[in-house]
Design a binder for this molecule. Sequence first.
Ligand code: AHR
Length: 498
Amino acid sequence: MTKASLTIDPAFAIADVDPRLFGSFVEHLGRCVYTGIYEPGHPAADENGFRRDVLDLVRELGVTVVRYPGGNFVSGYRWEDGVGPDRPTRLDSAWRSIEPNTFGLGEFIKWTRAAGVEPMMAVNLGTRGVQEAIDLLEYANHPSGTHWSDLRRKHGDAEPYDIRLWCLGNEMDGPWQLGHKTADEYGRLAAETARAMRMIDRRLELVACGSSGATMPTFGTWEATVLKHAYDVVDYVSLHAYYEPIDGDVATFLASGDRMEAFIADTVATCDHMRAVTRSTKRINLSFDEWNVWYMRKFQAQESTLEWRHAPPLLEDHYDVTDAVVVGSLLIALLRHADRVRVACQAQLVNVIAPIFAEPGGPAWRQTIFHPFAQASRYGRGRVLRVEPQTPVYECAAGEVGLLHATAVQAEDGTVTLFAVNRSQTDALELAANVRALGDGVRVLEHTVLTDEDLGARNSAAEPDRVRPRPVTGTGIDTGTLHASLPPVSWNVIRLGR
Ligand code: AHR
């Protein structure tokens, strides 16, 4: 029998979770916007062309903030193309797509209001610069009486959009990015843009581009150089990370959460080092504004054959049970670092490496990875408690990895939710958790498990609920110890309360 243990004690808290940890991302990429969130003429479309079936799923998913409009797309984007009555059709070279610009800033803001989410906007620092960024900000946030704000009003939006959270470009360290820069070039531009934007609107929260992956050759020095220029004028550094099984190595894939935690810890160390170097009193936090499972190699193999098309089916991964368990583990990793990761966006929301899949003219459904996100967003609000599992380990390309990956969150009403992943591919994990500190009378309200005998099982239009969390029995508390059996390759949510 494989055993693991841990202690849940409200005296050991990491931080209050910022609800923005449950963010998502909508890019003009493939079918994320067109035939994803927006499809005029679809039977479920509202008067704005927004798919109501997708909106319902977005609300159920529990998304709090949505980053827009890219991604690689933003580095060649002219935001003016997407406002007002004249919408030019352009080539989007990032994704070799035809962009009609029928969906732009005003439509996005309207959509965020319908979805009940906060907008997070990126400015183009690839092919454009300070002036275009402040024009956009004036259009979006200034009340009236100036060229850009009055233009917004003329376009039908009398009230400012009041967008607080802004990304200063996207992945500017990546050679694939239009207008990509050295760390010094980008650091200076980010600082200049941030200063200019703050002169227009003092309430902004600004995100500087960090590395577009922990394996980027400049990771660490990039962040340090950017912060040397911009420390005092930005609030967050971004992190991006995608995970996939390489050459069928599922053991390492299941360890993705540990790799994410190491990426976070290294970035925090650089930020704190630069705090000392710049003698600043302020702390830079992290915006993990792109993360997910992405079968990137599959896409790279097709990339050279792409033809110019409008809304081509790009990056449409269909996720299985193992993918969902890994996404659960990535959510655990984010929660375990909630003291510094204050914003996080799963990339992306619909169709493109996404928890929601929507057929053009057809139905929309929950992919397997929808479920861990929805449960984490629902039960992961409150205070994260420090949980350090005693667990058997295994060796893989990621090093020595615990079979059990876990965290716990205490909600305002006192309810505690334990999120736990068993990474063993063969054995159930018998968990014994010391819950004495939760006091007398605490009981198991619910234990749900997402797993399947067929780890390759997926959801589809024909079987939209093939994979979902299912309640299990047999989990209970005996004299201050919670006993639960966690099946192999499983995502578990155990709620404790009175
Ligand atoms: O999310 C897909 C792409 O991944 C984004 O456009 C880019 O920022 C990242 O490389």
